[in-house]
Design a protein around this ligand. Sequence first.
Ligand SMILES: Cc1ncc(COP(=O)(O)O)c(C=O)c1O
Length: 408
Amino acid sequence: MPDQAVSRDGQWTTDWEQVLAKRTARMTSSMIRETLKLMSTPGMISFGGGNPAPELFPLREFQEACRYVLEHEGPASLQYGVTEGYPPLKQYLLEKMRKYGVPAEEENILIVNGSQQALDLVGKIFLDPGDTVLTDGPTYLGAIQAWNAYEARFVTVPLDDDGTRVDLVEDILKREKVKFIYSLPNFHNPAGVTLSLQRRHQLVDLAARYGTFIIEDDPYGELRFEGEDLTPIIVLHKENTIYLSTFSKTLSPGIRLGWIVAPGKALRRLVQAKQAADLHTSMFTQMVAYDICQRGFLRPHVKRIRDTYRERCRVMLAAMDKYFPPGLRWTRPLGGLFLWVILPKGMDSIELLKEAVAEKVAFIPGPAFYPDGSGQHTFRMTFATASPEMIEEGVERLAKAIERQMKS
Ligand SMILES: Cc1ncc(COP(=O)(O)O)c(C=O)c1O
């Protein structure tokens, strides 16, 4: 018998660990999913997962749009569709992108099953095993997961309050052959910081000079609750940027609807990769989302979301100022869902999480967001899901856990 089969009670069955492709060695389940399990513990206040606030989901609008689509689109809403996406939704999104100054046309846009699928498709068409991706350290965990599966190598650049330390990028580009730069310019996940306009220009110049391109991942751009919008990277260098966004943080993450804007040649390859993966994104879902959007619902709805997150972020920052002991630093986001805490060096956020869970409060330890698992003295908190009262209470509990760990 081949060594990929094992005998159980005289029957040969497949040994599933033996038959796996080598690249699966780099696939892991996310620490976030593990922490999400803690959310259901009674009395737990979780600053962990990246969920939007569920009380803001527009249930009634979805109900009405589902009925409308079934009545007016009929069988077409339940039929197979084209890989590129439902044309009216693409037109709506192109219009929206043009308002941000992105001069995209029909052949530049692809509808996907959330930005997470976009990250996977990017890995699929651009990454050979061992190819180097330049990311921030920390960066979005889902991108690390997606590109680990394609056996990428990660090189990281630190962040400060103005986003990526672009002054350190050139040295890396001189030293390494970087396939692409992964950038989260607005309200970074996990760090909550925003890339300044000057640095956006510098990053684009460096990418062009060293012959690499940029993946601009922008799920949070619309969730700015302070200050002015900054020019997207794709506007600064359209031919050298692939832009990703999503309805997950504005309408609902459960509908799994996102989009990619890319130069025509790259987009055609992404379409082929998507076709092989899942043929297309659900027509019904696209039609429902389009119906909600074209009624002009999104703009006032996003304003409500921003108002809610602004208040929750304010309450969280005020509670941290009040309760956290000296020696910690944290970011002060102008939008999005997250902020980032830096503990004194030597403290360990995974150990701290154990103390915190004993106090019935949770967060995500920093190492989850570093491709090499570093960042032990950092962690991410979300202000999006707990009520202001719960935020105040949770931060107070967390401060107790931090003080106890500092003493020990
Ligand atoms: C930076 C970033 N990119 C991509 C995603 C995936 O989003 P989607 O729900 O559209 O797949 C997320 C989700 O939290 C994210 O934070």
